[in-house]
Design a protein around this ligand. Structure first.
Ligand code: MN
Length: 219
């Protein structure tokens, strides 16, 4: 079964602990993560989803390599995510970069973010969620039913895998559309400056400078 309907919904491959040695990516990849919750200090990283934009998704299920829940043995995955020649396309990259950098001890760069792009160009709406953007820009309906399911389960359910894959399968198409809008609205430069700052923003968040935000006038 597939949680996502559309021309892109394709094959899903589940890998345990790391990407296979032979696997290569070039250009750009869509990346998303599933975690036990929204607090990277507390909640472990469970799944990393990757798509090269060809309609297929590779899901890497991560099992902590130490008893305290920290440390993952996934050199191939780390190499791909830190590779400066591969652009990582994410939706709300601020969270995914933060959890990936914290859990894997890498710098995730370069990154582009479809949510930041949407905020910069779609100023006529306050709906910048992935489902809303897929519907408005691609005519694709994403199911968000499995969003808050138990990603720590040793055996993930087929509907969880389909949901997790759907979060990366449309990001290339979405980025393409938003990229055109960034040019149309002359927001390319400011978007790129935001993307360049993402690894630092993630570090600031991890250090506790997210609340109150270090850029905020408050307090
Ligand atoms: Mn997701």
């Amino acid at each position: 079964m597939s949680a996502a309907q559309g021309p892109c919904a394709g094959a899903i491959t589940l890998h345990k602990n790391d990407l296979p040695d032979h696997m290569r990516f070039t250009g750009s990849i869509a990346v998303d993560t599933e975690t036990m919750g929204l607090n990277p200090h507390r909640d472990r990283l469970c799944l990393v989803q990757i798509s090269s934009g060809d309609g297929t998704a590779h899901l890497v299920q991560l099992i902590p390599s130490s008893l305290d829940g920290q440390g993952y043995d996934c050199p191939n995955l780390k190499r791909v995510l830190a590779d400066p020649s591969i652009t990582k396309i994410m939706h709300y990259a601020r969270f995914d970069v933060r959890i990936l950098q914290h859990a894997l001890g890498i710098t995730v760069s370069p990154v582009v973010c479809t949510k930041i792009a949407a905020r910069l160009v779609r100023t006529f709406t306050d709906r910048h969620g992935l489902a809303a953007l897929c519907r408005d820009l691609l005519g694709v309906d994403l199911s968000k039913q499995q969003q808050s399911s138990d990603w720590g389960a040793r055996e993930l359910k087929p509907e969880q895998l389909a949901y997790a894959a759907s979060d990366v399968l449309y990001l290339h198409d979405l980025w393409h559309k938003l990229s055109t809008l960034l040019d149309r609205e002359n927001r390319r430069d400011i978007a790129q400056a935001c993307y360049d700052f993402l690894p630092t923003r993630a570090r600031l968040d991890m250090l506790g400078y997210d609340d109150p935000d270090i850029f905020s006038h408050r307090a």
